[in-house]
Design a protein around this ligand. Structure first.
Ligand code: GLU
Length: 328
């Protein structure tokens, strides 16, 4: 009897829906957010993927879905976020600093006031990769060589220019400079079409593995610079590339160079809800997040809040307040 009533009610409800007078089904519209990254053989691309994966695990609960886009790198990402073409991006800490202050690529456009920081991610090293037959044992040896300094839009382009200038090399006059994307450089090096390339990247990186595992023998070259360099550019710090990540490289010792950090940024125009969700999910699933890439092995919740220069987005700050975490 009771079963009969239930069936009858169900049939009536269904017929109302079918004739179009029933209540609309309560399906919330999913909001999409895109994270700008870098080349597919870098570390930004898997980083965007790791962040998206963590937050998308709750996509139904939040009504949000994060997707990842491969881009030209840091400068491209900041500009696309400021233009509203991307909501989130991975960018170098030095580029975040320059954008918020209106320096370097933003000198003419001025300070990017709507740029907002969320957290800091893995360390990146300015990595100089050179063919052994080109006899490049130090950055000074790049004089007269054919060198990829990075595409416009990449983070590394300015890092290469700064490092070259520090040893008296003018990139416009003293070398044959290329503006290739980081994903193209390893193939060009192996094909003998360039002598060396710079890439500011976390380690291990697919691009460096690719460059060091071909038929042409390749070295990762140290970049040793004077103290005055670090005094002039407060956002650079000495760093080391562990050679163990690259067994195919011709040199066998760890490489001294300098570095920055990858950071996660957005715009003040992106909703508090979305930024809160992504911040909360990454920190509440910190142990799983850390396992998603070997470059994250050095991450702690504390160092992920150190070294941001743009103001913290209010959605991220809301989570940090709730969790009792302090931004340094
Ligand atoms: N640091 C590079 C840039 O800002 C990207 C590195 C990567 O994709 O891992 O352009």
């Amino acid at each position: 009897m009771r079963k009969g009533i239930v069936v009858l009610v169900a049939v009536m409800a269904l017929s109302l829906v079918v004739v179009g007078i029933g209540p609309a089904p309560a399906i919330a519209k999913t909001k999409f957010y895109t994270i700008g990254t870098g080349g597919v053989t870098g570390v930004y691309y898997p980083t965007g993927g790791a962040i998206a994966r963590i937050v998308n695990a709750k996509k139904k609960e939040y009504g949000m879905r994060f997707t990842v886009e491969s881009t030209g790198g840091s400068v491209f990402n900041i500009n696309a976020i400021m233009a509203g073409d991307l909501e989130f991006g991975v960018v170098q800490s030095d580029r975040q600093y320059q954008a918020i202050k209106g320096m370097a690529e933003w000198k003419d456009k001025g300070a990017q006031k709507n740029l907002r920081a969320i957290f800091v991610i893995h360390p990146e090293s300015i990595t100089l990769v050179a063919a052994k037959d080109a006899r490049i044992n130090s950055i000074k040896d790049l004089k007269g060589k054919h060198v990829n300094i990075g595409n416009p839009g990449s983070g590394q382009r300015q890092n290469s220019i700064d490092a070259l200038a520090a040893v008296g090399i003018n990139y416009e006059k003293d070398i044959k400079a290329e503006g290739l994307k980081a994903s193209e450089a390893p193939g060009m090096l192996q094909d003998g079409r360039i002598d060396a390339f710079f890439y500011t990247v976390g380690h291990p990186a697919g691009a460096i593995k690719e460059a060091t595992s071909g038929a042409r023998a390749v070295n990762i070259v140290p970049i040793v610079l004077p103290d005055s360099f670090y005094k002039k550019f407060s956002y650079y710090a000495p760093s080391v590339v562990p050679i163990a990540f690259y067994p195919g490289a011709a040199n066998k010792a760890d490489i001294a160079t300098f570095g920055v950090k990858a950071t996660f940024v957005t715009s003040s125009k992106v909703s508090e809800k979305a930024v809160y969700a992504v911040t909360k999910e990454v920190f509440e699933n910190f142990d799983s997040f850390k396992k998603l890439h070997p470059a994250y092995s050095v991450l702690t919740k504390e160092n992920m809040l150190e070294g941001m220069s743009a103001p913290i987005h209010k959605g991220a700050q809301k989570y940090y307040n709730e969790a009792g975490m302090k931004v340094k």
